[in-house]
Ligand binder design. Structure first.
Ligand code: ZN
Length: 141
């Protein structure tokens, strides 16, 4: 089956995983109260009752991942920092690091994105990264 390629600027139909409502594109400036922001966010239509949202890839309307509330957003940021530390430390290349992360969870490489992770995977990734950093364990992938 041929996959239809979506336009980068097409608005995606995504749901909030917490309350099930549809997400709507809104200016980040509005949500952050920062007029200098030029990007857009997918925000839960129940916002601000539901605090879930997710950013977009620069210059597109492609979401960075699934919508998340404040706690999960912070956890994803922490997990990303740890993960970046692993490949920045040159223990493994960035490519190998993504491959290692996919292996860690037994998921395909295209799903190895922290923006898609829930709390459990974020915590597991931080733990595994700490181990790699501590042992300077090289991973062949
Ligand atoms: Zn919601």
């Amino acid at each position: 089956m041929k996959k239809k390629k979506q336009k980068k600027t097409a608005q995606r139909q995504i749901r909030c995983p917490v309350c099930g409502a549809m997400a709507v594109l809104r200016p980040a400036a509005e949500i952050y109260g920062n007029p200098h922001r030029r990007d857009q966010l997918y925000v839960c239509s129940n916002y601000p009752k539901c605090r879930c949202y997710v950013g977009t890839h620069p210059g597109t309307n492609i979401p960075l991942g699934t919508l998340a509330d404040g706690d999960l957003r912070n956890l994803r940021i922490q997990a990303h920092r740890k993960f970046d530390e692993v490949w920045r430390s040159r223990i493994m290349s960035r490519e190998s690091a993504y491959c290692w992360m996919a292996d860690l969870f037994g998921i395909p490489l295209r799903e190895a994105h922290i923006g898609l992770f829930g709390e459990y995977r974020c915590r597991e990734l931080i733990r595994a990264c700490d181990q790699v950093l501590e042992n300077r364990q090289r991973v062949q992938c």
